[in-house]
Design a protein around this ligand. Structure first.
Ligand code: PLP
Length: 401
């Protein structure tokens, strides 16, 4: 609606763009609501329901009056303890409860971390392709994201040489994520160690995002940066959560692990911004972390099968190149060969236009690489049912064939 009043929103927020992932998902949902048969490769979330024992724990928590009240902004003490215990179990990192801060998802934990560490003018090293929210969150903290491009030739992995070349007196933080969204790349342990050592030598903080730690396939294995490079531990914020591992994206529980001074600063921010995470969802997260990893192993086996199928189908399309993803649940093919061509009677010049054409012509939703700092590529999530996956990949092959 045009009101004649000048845009009242702050300069800060005017500069923030909408998440391209959510935008394409919303478009696909709107078409579906109109009765269209759209297959969505866009959403970054498991298609499984949350395991039953977690839901049961949440149901029990609903009738517990303590969960009807405010609770400590930093998280329920028992959950902080469980997160510390889970961290040593899964990655070998020893953690004190006071280093743990429970947040409304990994996204919120990342937001807190940039707010706590970054001053206006500080530079944050950001390997590209990157997850869409990092640059916006860095900007919201007043920082400058310094993009470090990687490509299929370099295995989508940043090198210590690149980091060193980008370092300036203003460099404050490095964002590190493995397994990666959007590329599905998992860094080998020795490269993580070298990056951690470089950061420690350079006095650079590392925000290391481990949200996909349990979703690794084949020979790939997840190692935690402060475990293989203990010298980086005192300048490290580890971010994690239950969303991807336990199919709990909607519950909104994540956390950070950081030196106590940083954790306390983030807790202060949270105490004014959001207060505690809902008690019922903290109870659900507790059940997830204190339970077994059997359901996770089953989901991982399914993703692994879908990963191979997706990769086989994609690389069978003439002109599409795609490394075999090793972690998370995304494939990140290059569609550069199709730029300048016609898709369904429409000439496409960019991966954004290609994705728009694919939604229009083939009724499939892919996320264009532009949002990840990687034009020419697109991201497909393979966390969708087998039938839809096959039908969607058939449609892609037909549209590009
Ligand atoms: N980090 C990465 C790399 C992600 O892909 C996501 C979700 O897509 C998140 C963090 C945030 O996860 P959540 O806020 O759902 O815990």
């Amino acid at each position: 609606m045009t009101t004649g009043i000048a845009d009242p929103t702050s300069r800060r927020l005017r500069e923030v763009s909408e998440s391209v992932t959510l935008a394409i998902t919303a478009k696909a949902k709107a078409l579906r609501a109109q009765g269209e048969d759209v297959i969505g490769f866009g959403a970054g979330e498991p298609d499984f329901p949350t395991p039953g024992h977690i839901v049961t724990a949440a149901q029990a928590a609903c009738v517990e009056p303590a969960n009807h009240r405010y609770s400590p902004a930093a998280g329920l003490p028992r959950l902080r303890t469980a997160i510390a215990a889970k961290t040593v179990r899964d990655s070998g990192l020893q953690v004190e409860d006071e280093e743990v801060l429970v947040a409304n998802g990994g996204k919120h934990a990342l937001y807190n971390a940039f707010q706590a560490l970054v001053d206006p003018g500080d530079e944050v090293l950001l390997p590209a392709p990157y997850w869409v929210s990092y640059p916006e969150q860095i900007r919201l903290a007043g920082g400058t994201a310094v993009e470090l491009p990687t490509d299929a030739v370099s295995g989508f992995r940043v090198s210590v040489e690149q980091l060193e070349a980008a370092r300036t007196a203003r460099t404050k933080v490095l964002v590190f994520v493995s397994p990666s969204n959007p590329t599905g790349v998992v860094y080998p342990p020795e490269e993580i160690e070298a990056i951690g050592r470089w950061a420690a030598d350079a006095g650079v903080w590392v925000v290391t995002d481990e949200i996909y730690e349990h979703l690794v396939y084949g020979d790939a294995r997840h190692v935690s940066l402060p475990v293989v490079a203990p010298e980086a531990r005192e300048r490290c914020v580890v971010v994690n959560g239950v969303a991807k591992t336990y199919a709990m994206t909607g519950w909104r529980v994540g956390w950070s692990i950081a030196p106590v001074a940083v954790t306390n600063a983030m807790a202060r921010l949270q105490s004014h911004a959001t207060s505690n995470v809902a008690g019922v969802t903290q109870a659900a997260a507790l059940a997830a972390l204190e339970g077994s990893l059997d359901d996770v192993a089953e989901m991982r086996a399914t993703y692994d099968r879908r990963r191979r199928l997706t990769h086989d189908r994609l690389t069978a399309i003439d002109g599409v190149t795609c490394p075999l993803p090793e972690g998370a649940f995304y494939a990140f093919p290059s569609f550069e060969a199709f730029l300048g061509r016609r898709i369904g009677g429409r000439q496409v010049h960019t991966s954004l236009e290609l994705c728009e054409a694919l939604l229009e012509v083939a009724r499939i939703a892919l996320v264009p690489g532009e949002g990840f700092g990687a034009p020419g590529y697109a991201r497909l999530s393979y966390a969708l049912g087998d039938d839809d996956l096959v039908r969607g990949l058939d449609r892609l092959a037909d549209a590009l064939g």
